[in-house]
Design a protein around this ligand. Sequence first.
Ligand code: AMP
Length: 230
Amino acid sequence: MNVIILLGAPGSGKGTIGEKIRDIAGYTHISTGDMLRENVKAQTALGLEAESYMKKGELVPDQLIIKIVEARLDKGGKDGSYMFDGFPRTVEQADLLDKSLTNRGGRIQHVLFLDSPRDVLMQRLTGRRVCKKCGQSFHIVNIPPKKDGVCDLCSGELYQRPDDSEATINNRLEVFKKQTQSLIERYKKSGVLVTIDSNQNAAKLSEKIIDYLKKGGKIGTAAESFFCVK
Ligand code: AMP
């Protein structure tokens, strides 16, 4: 069982890049944010508990997150290859993931840290629009839908996520700094971290990442210059 982790602040491109890697390279994409939103939509007990945290841009308690991740891993995935998007986000979650992987005979192959400047994160998040029906993401400037407010894929209505308001984004970025950023150092120390400048075209960047993964994390040049990190 092999695991890739997409690590990055809100708006760094984890979702967009994760979907492309899933489609092309065949990893099972596990987004804790998406799973939580599905639970909120279905008004499950978990969704009702998580919703108040999500609205404020706070993290949902670790025990709830670990429960949904374990349940998802129990279901299995294609070729035992998983890509986590937005998980782990705390030291406790990272510890529990390590334990869970040891029990399942799995390992973390790569942690891809998607790095973008704060003003880019803000612009991406405030302009994001999501389809109510199929969940496809658009951006009013970067990836505009063909018809205003309408999904290109399923004609569903586009909406702005309630946590994509400027005040909540500020809090989410603060939460990333306080609770998640320390994981960068942790994974750097264990030798699995690759820093990637995610302030570049998502389609081209995804191709580079897929190329990198296909070569087993080996590329002919330093990862930093391959992924354009100054
Ligand atoms: P995302 O779609 O990854 O930006 O997540 C949206 C929101 O879901 C976050 O702001 C948190 O409230 C919650 N969330 C998602 N993943 C996690 C996680 N691993 N730990 C705690 N809360 C999470």
